[in-house]
Design a protein around this ligand. Structure first.
Ligand code: AMP
Length: 489
């Protein structure tokens, strides 16, 4: 295995890498960095977000900047404002000890004037969304006629978002001789076409299997009738008390409806979709990133560029139309060495689509039984008990109230006391699940389809996952809307 020192990066970059806590290069960095530092060849990198690709292209780009030349030497195009800001932030941190290298982010949804000002002040590296970059080129605020490096990041997403024309226009403003890097999680025909049109005999570098789900993501699905979709979602969230995840919906309307229902039912949830203003979206994302929000209900478009590394779950409220979208969605969990779970709620007539996705994923998507009320209550109660056990008591301050508390509680024995404390948090929750119906569909099983994992097996697995997550959450100190689990209403 090579080290960052082996690549011949300068001391200042090495110091910044060390400060970021990167010990060894990731597989894509091992392949891309030496290549970029030693050759002018175009590169196609098949890699998902989370693989360390920003440093893979960012470090050599910074290394090769001639800070004495006051002109833009590299441009990085990315699909969303969020991703753009993230990449720029990463590059700025890599160049922490090289303040002479100027890095500017330009993106839509924000005032253009300050961006023009920053460009005028000098921008060796520009990170931008295609629409805003085009706009700035037209206003002659951004000149990319002398760039040495062009990066198309998440190229498949840029095409999905309808940036094809902007990309064509931008690419035609760049010099013929430059190094082009294209990163994409998938390789649909449109990307192949871009590569053929704009790249010269590119070298293909791939990390992990092409089009495959991340190794550390478990894939499961629940089969319900369409009318029970929301009920199933609630149970899935309830059986995972420490969930920190995204629920994907098909449309903006459905996204808002599902989020509204969850909020109404007392869950710590919010929505993210294109009907919200940029300020509203920023606010939701800030809450989600800081873990003040457990469940984000989002459309695919709005969730693009969300760069959160430790999501525990991805839930497909609906299956997406494109199988590739499933891969994108599920790749948002199981990052940075952690395990994740991708859950899909499927209704009877959609089950065959699961088998299609399995083929692309090259992994089994396991059917699971929707938990019943008793199982959920057990998991929730144990989660609460674990929190009680983990809580730090502020002895000094509590002590002075203790005699009065003891006096009030003196007539209750230990069991009665526990019952009452649990009931203050849980009565509504226990009532909701009392006699709750079984919403599983069994018919298909009899024909041998849909290998449904028995609840007891999954419970053991769930309990392990839940306990792992509880430990994680305790350390991350997720702050919930109140002292109960958000789902225990
Ligand atoms: P990216 O795929 O560029 O979005 O990176 C995913 C995450 O991995 C980011 O949080 C990076 O800071 C982190 N990362 C990138 N390279 C390394 C490395 N060599 N060692 C540890 N973490 C890394």
């Amino acid at each position: 295995m090579s080290t960052f020192e082996d690549f011949g990066l300068n001391e200042k970059l090495l110091a910044a890498i060390k400060k970021r806590g990167f010990e060894n290069p990731t597989p894509i960095q091992e392949k891309v960095i030496p290549q970029l530092l030693s050759s002018e060849k175009d590169i196609i990198g098949l890699a998902q977000t989370g693989t360390g690709k920003t440093a893979a292209f960012g470090l050599p780009i910074i290394e090769r900047i001639d800070a004495n030349l006051n002109q833009t030497q590299a441009i990085i195009l990315s699909p969303t404002r969020e991703l753009c800001v993230q990449i720029a932030k990463d590059l700025i941190s890599f160049a922490e000890f090289m303040p002479e290298v100027k890095i500017v982010a330009v993106y839509g949804g924000a005032s253009i004037e300050p961006q023009i000002k920053s460009l005028k002040a000098g921008a060796h590296i520009v990170v931008g969304t295609p629409g805003r970059v085009m706009d700035l080129i037209e206003r002659k605020a951004l000149k990319i006629g002398k760039i040495k490096t062009l990066v198309l990041d998440e190229a498949d997403e840029m095409l999905d978002m309808g940036f094809k024309e902007d990309l064509d226009n931008i690419l035609s403003s760049t010099p013929d001789f430059k190094q082009t890097l294209l990163f994409s999680a998938t390789m649909p025909d449109d990307i192949r076409r871009i590569a053929e049109d704009y790249m010269m005999q590119p070298m293909e570098i791939s990390v992990g299997k092409k089009n495959s789900g991340a190794e550390n993501v478990d894939h499961v699905y629940y089969l319900v009738s369409a009318k029970n979709r929301y009920l199933a979602l609630k149970r899935i969230v309830d059986i995972n008390p420490n969930i920190y995840g995204i629920v994907f919906c098909r449309t903006r309307k459905e996204t808002q409806e599902v989020a509204d229902k969850l909020i109404q039912d007392g869950y710590n949830a919010d929505s993210l979709h294109g009907d919200l203003s940029q300020a509203q979206r920023d606010m939701v994302m800030a809450k989600f990133r800081s873990k003040h929000l457990q469940v984000l209900v989002a459309t695919d478009v709005a969730a693009r560029g969300i760069d959160v590394n430790d999501l525990t779950h991805i839930i497909n409220y609906n299956l997406p139309d494109e199988r590739e979208t499933y891969i994108h969605r599920s790749g948002r969990t199981g990052r940075a060495g952690k395990r994740g779970m991708c859950i899909t709620i499927v209704h009877t007539r959609e089950e065959h689509k699961i088998r299609e996705i399995e083929k692309l994923l090259k992994k089994e998507i396991v059917r699971k039984k929707i938990p019943d009320g008793k199982e959920i209550c057990m998991i929730q109660l144990m989660s609460m008990i674990d929190k009680v056990m983990a809580i730090e008591t502020i002895d000094g301050q509590i002590k002075e109230f203790l005699p009065a508390i003891m006096l009030r509680l003196q007539s209750l024995d230990r069991e009665e006391l526990i019952k009452r404390f649990v009931s203050t948090e849980f009565n509504r929750f226990l009532n909701y699940y009392k006699g709750a119906a079984d919403i599983n569909i069994y018919d298909k099983d009899k024909k041998g389809k849909g290998r449904m994992t028995s609840t007891s097996t999954t419970r053991t697995r769930n309990a392990k996952v839940a306990s792992r997550m509880r430990r994680k959450v305790a350390s991350n100190a997720i702050q919930m809307t109140d002292s109960t689990s958000a789902v225990a209403r």
